[in-house]
Write a new protein. Sequence first.
Length: 181
Amino acid sequence: MKKTFTAFAIALVLSVVVAPGSSASVKAGATCKKSGLISITGGLKYTCVKKSGKLTWSKGVAVKPSAKPSVTAKPSASATVVPTSPAAPSVRPSATVAPSVAPASYTMAQVSANKSAAKCWSVINGDVYDLTKWISSHPGGAGAILSLCGTDGTQDFIAMHRGQGRPISVLGNYLLGPLAK
């Protein structure tokens, strides 16, 4: 009887200490527990998204190295909504993607020079995004993205995606850096 109790106690402690999935490393496409969770592992940021009715980790996006990997829940997937005025909140992804070699900031002249389907940059809430690869994947059609190329698309983005976590999360995948002030 005492051996059974001891075995049960050990099993209980292990199940609490090593919760399923808590110590496993995150992999793109693997099952996750809650939409909006973010895990930064091995220099990549993964976001828990609902895809085909299932919660899975998104494709990893490179991020600046941090002191330790973490998993946090964000109310709007991976974004922070910062109201600038009651009429026009601004949207800013919460993780910074680190391009391989990037300037400290980008100018509006650089953005304006990238205004085609071959190279499409846009400014959204003071940050510069390279939307070239997103043009053909945008659920609203290529025209919606092409109209933003080479411009400050903040108002258009907010008008279409106000308060929606998924578009903000996807936008974060294309961040180049801040617009020079």
